[in-house]
Ligand binder design. Structure first.
Ligand code: GRF
Length: 216
């Protein structure tokens, strides 16, 4: 008998991506046990979403730790209690130390609201508008110590319209994220992802499914 993969999800805010995971698990479309949700912000609405879904959840406030490393060590101690197969960053607004990243090497993934390698860091929607980009989107990637630079698993893109604002882009891109992030986790838990020469392969190949275009 195979046991279900266990996931720990780290958040800092609204947790709409967390909700997408919860909904897909409930709908039987995502075969993973969300064992624990951790937020570094006590007021994060995502903690309520976890509570409503009956998922174990904690706040570990980074301000209670003397250094970034001390905070990350506390995170590791909590996370490892549930022995996760995958650690999912879903709007977790802290830069992680190399120690943390190495501890979860090849099982730590993030979603970033841009078509990486374009627009790493913050304020991506406004920056895409300012740069008069034709396409914008979201990227799911394995995490390496360098910020937003790890091997990309999956990207979703939309065409920017003349009417788009940073708010409209945020909402259009959230929709993509909610569809693609659970898909990427499914691929991971099904053992379909490998990394070769810094590129992520799906079933051993570079697949056209890894860049998806949306029209909503
Ligand atoms: C998402 O846009 C994600 O790309 C970024 O943070 C946002 C989190 O949104 N990393 P939510 O908290 O899941 O609603």
């Amino acid at each position: 008998m195979t046991t279900k993969s266990k996931a720990v999800i780290l958040i800092s805010g609204g947790g709409s991506n967390l909700q997408a995971f919860i909904d897909q698990v409930d709908a039987g479309q995502l075969d993973v046990d969300i064992a624990l949700v951790i937020s570094n912000v006590s007021t994060a609405y995502g903690l309520k979403r976890a509570a409503n879904a009956g998922i174990e959840h904690h706040c570990i406030d980074h301000r209670n730790y003397a250094s970034r490393l001390d905070f990350d060590k506390a995170l590791i101690n909590h996370i490892d209690l549930v022995e996760p197969n995958i650690v999912i960053l879903a709007g977790f607004m802290r830069i992680l130390t190399p120690e943390f990243v190495h501890h979860y090497a090849n099982r730590l993934i993030n979603i970033h609201p841009s078509l990486l390698p374009k627009f790493t860091g913050v304020n991506t929607h406004q920056r895409a508008l300012d740069a008069e980009e034709k396409w914008h989107g979201a990227s799911i990637h394995f995490v390496i110590p360098e910020l937003d630079a790890g091997p990309v698993i999956l990207q979703g893109q939309i065409e920017i319209t003349a009417d788009d604002t940073k708010e409209s882009l945020q909402s259009r891109i959230h929709k993509i994220e909610h569809e693609l992030y659970p898909l990427a986790v499914n691929w991971f838990t099904q053992g379909r992802l490998t990394i070769e020469n810094g590129k992520v392969l799906l079933d051993g190949e570079i697949s056209s499914e890894q860049l998806q275009t949306f029209d909503h």
